[in-house]
Design a protein around this ligand. Sequence first.
Ligand code: ATP
Ligand code: MG
Length: 575
Amino acid sequence: MGNDKQAPPQEAQIIDAEQRLGSSNFIRHIIEEDLETGKFDGRVETRFPPEPNGYLHIGHAKSICLNFGLAAQYNGQCHLRFDDTNPLKENVEYVESIKEDVRWLGFDWGAHEYFASDYFDRLYGFAIELIKKGRAYVDSLSPDQIREYRGTLNEPGRESPYRSRPVEENLQLFEKMAAGEFEEGQCVLRAKIDMAAPNIVMRDPTLYRIRKVQHHRTGKRWCIYPMYDFAHCLSDSIEAITHSICTLEFVNNRELYDWILDALEVYHPQQIEFARLNLAYTVLSKRKLIQLVEEGIVDGWDDPRMPSISGFRRRGYTPAAIRRFCDRIGVAKRDSLVDIAMLEHCLREDLNTSAPRVMGVLRPLKVVIENYPEGQVEYLEAVNNPEDPSMGIRQVPFSREFYIERDDFMEAPPKKFFRLAPGREVRLRYAYFIRCHDVVKDDQGEIVELRCTYDPETRGGNAPPDGRKVKATLHWVSAAEALDTDVRLYDHLFTVENPAETEDFKESLNPESLTILTGCKLEPGLKNAEPGAHFQFERLGYFTVDTRDSTPGKPVFNRAVTLRDTWAKIQKSGK
Ligand code: ATP
Ligand code: MG
């Protein structure tokens, strides 16, 4: 019944995730096997390792639910580790936002909060050990030359002329690197593996590079920083992680992960890859999301159109809905594009039982009941949530003048339009039957008011003694008492299903992703609604009180989702 347009579901792309609900996944199988064979002494220790170079998005939520979920399921522990090895892009604001978002999702890392930067001394020691073992060397080729020497998928690489430097020389050069005696790009530390390896990652990968920048935690202490591949496996090892779960892009890096730990003969966790979450009509890449924020295309990381966790939160999503979604999409080894309709479905499922129903008119059209006494106000009973009688009832004022939704009226209705029209009778939810007699227009011919009568014998919206029936029930809000405020409606941020695939993803931004409605009329009880509270506006969707723009007595509402459940429909039709 909601009249706001909504893009049709992309049926072909929807994965059959319902079927996987509650089923086990391949990672659980691996863990259970390890528990049986005693591979890690029966321990399960996972980690969620974000790089603090942006806010978390819904893809990260999948990783969070998976890692924390597995730890909880097997009585283990999940660490929160900040993978802060690239000081150029990282900062404290991101660290704080990440903690807030993980907590909000409902997970607790206890005392297990770590920073890769806390391991810099130990990582430096590991690098020296590799050099001493003759398994790493300082290369003085330029970055361009290193790239050139690397070869391609079809051609082997070439060995650097510096590859055979003696251990002593390497030790001295590496110390000089750390002491700031070289410029950025002048040299790097590389693993000595195999320049002809079919896996390009194994062609003497860089382990350390010079970056003369301050780090948000270690300050000026270091001017060399470890590369991801070096820091990650060793951080996992230091923390005694058992199962190091990451996304599929790291499949080729696993060989290096294993090589470094074997070369150093240290504790060796197992890396396991799974398919990352891709969501239709949006992008899930911090690099791209940062552009939207920095170029002012959206109003910050928590803009309700953003796929960031803070964006979803402000939009009105609940942690339970996001967790349920992550559960449902399951864990696979093949990439897929998930329809946002499924996420919306999870939100409706959660809010259906918990959000109070209210009435709000987004695009008001005034109605005057000619046979209702002027100045009279009566209070009518409305049910707070038909799904949960314990949520009780409330009183809503009714009077001679009120508002209905502009598109609930048509002067010349087509065949299938059953709502209000001249001469027609409809029910006002919880109130009365009303019949329209006259349409008042302004000079431009625009309808500004409807003149109606009501039937006092239909109080509460009940059928009259003569058994007359109506075909529509409308929501309404009494004019004098109404809360007059703004409501924001959202649509997809992009007009194409997979914007990441287009040449410039910003070309496909949806100019209609945000609609701000002013002068909306909401039932008066909402005046004191708390920021972050959720409501179902009958017939219109689930809304939340904006946490940024609301002021006392004037809450501003965001629509999280409409009521039209395209996902449930698709499931029913067996697609
Ligand atoms: P982005 O591509 O957005 O920059 P990232 O992988 O660089 O993401 P990290 O901070 O390194 O971001 O990610 C932390 C953890 O979250 C990693 O283990 C990563 O594999 C996981 N992760 C990131 N994006 C997704 C996604 N779309 N689906 C599932 N897991 C993800
Ligand atoms: Mg990353």
